[in-house]
Ligand binder design. Structure first.
Ligand code: FES
Length: 133
């Protein structure tokens, strides 16, 4: 399953659980985080996290989106998404970085702008829903 269809599947799961998506953007973090019935990757948020990292520390970036300590792993994948392991990394330099929260980046754990695609898909679905009813 490619990342795009994975995001759509996760979104459909949330929409079935919580009703039709609204035009309010970004989607509330609470709503996204409470959609934990999925055993697949879910977006933790629609925008990246700005985090100061140290080159002397090793980090575990949450790849499944279920962690309550975003953008880092809290072990939630063990029960919520056992097939998705966190990405362990040590930054080359100590500096502030943008870590992906939408979980669609092609350059994990760093944001590559893929969240715009996720936001665009949200808008497209919301607009489609308005004109259907
Ligand atoms: S937050 Fe995921 S690519 Fe930007």
């Amino acid at each position: 399953m490619n990342p795009g269809s994975l995001a759509v599947a996760a979104w459909r799961g949330c929409a079935q659980t919580f009703g039709r998506p609204r035009l309010l953007l970004p989607v509330s973090t609470l709503k996204v985080q409470t959609c934990l019935q999925s055993s697949e990757r879910v977006p933790a948020a629609r925008l990246p996290y700005r985090v100061k990292v140290s080159s002397e520390k090793r980090y575990a970036w949450c790849a499944c989106g279920h962690s309550q300590k975003q953008p880092f792993c809290d072990g939630a994948h063990k029960t919520k998404a056992p097939s998705i392991a966190p990405l362990r990394f040590t930054p080359e330099k100590s500096k502030a970085v943008m870590l992906c929260a939408c979980k669609e980046t092609k350059n994990p754990p760093y944001c590559d702008g893929s969240h715009f695609k996720v936001i665009f898909q949200d808008i497209k679905k919301s607009v489609k829903g308005i004109f259907k009813s």
